[in-house]
Design a protein around this ligand. Sequence first.
Ligand SMILES: Nc1nc2c(c(=O)[nH]1)N[C@H]1C(S)=C(S)[C@@H](COP(=O)(O)O)O[C@H]1N2
Ligand SMILES: [Mo]
Length: 198
Amino acid sequence: MDDTDVTNLYREFGDERLPPGQRETTQFPVLSKSGTPDWDPETWEFTVTGAVDEELTFSWDEFRSLPNVTQTQDFHCVTGWSKFDCEFTGVRFPELAERAGVHDDAVHVLFSAMDDYTTDLPLEDCMREEVLFAWGFDGSPLPADHGGPLRVVTPHKYAYKGAKWVDGIEFCTEPTRGYWERRGYSLTANPWQEERYS
Ligand SMILES: Nc1nc2c(c(=O)[nH]1)N[C@H]1C(S)=C(S)[C@@H](COP(=O)(O)O)O[C@H]1N2
Ligand SMILES: [Mo]
């Protein structure tokens, strides 16, 4: 394993790489609340707002020019399947947070997406090397149905914490609730504790 392989992060949370109640699949199923949104690289914008020194806006070209990493990660869906060894390429969450200058009183992050999906996480669960804004999968552009052009991946959480078609993040001084979190899914979503519902 090298430092771009984060598949051993499970050791922080449990004994087994495959979380309890999950089965491994080699497929990559698509789960979306609604259809795959269209996007235009000329008008696409990504915004960083809220409790930051400087609110940021990126065009597609600007976002693609940010420093990026390629990581091998596992992917755990709350509906019970896990896919091992996904290779994602993208921008680390802390990279963006540093550029914006997150205020000391920020505690939570709300991700928003082009299909009006939202999801939320405590800031400390986002400030990790393996939380990526990914535009590449297995050496190719991220497929549109898996969230292309840009999605979040959260290998330490169930995958509903990773917004596909993400186009904005807001740093919040109070906890907030995303689309599935308002509908009964777990706020914390730790797969090794089987935190599926709240
Ligand atoms: N924008 C957006 N992101 C989303 C969703 C969605 O409906 N819209 N579904 C979530 C859920 S419930 C899961 S399990 C994963 C599925 O990702 P996949 O379709 O690439 O397998 O995306 C998550 N991110
Ligand atoms: Mo899901």
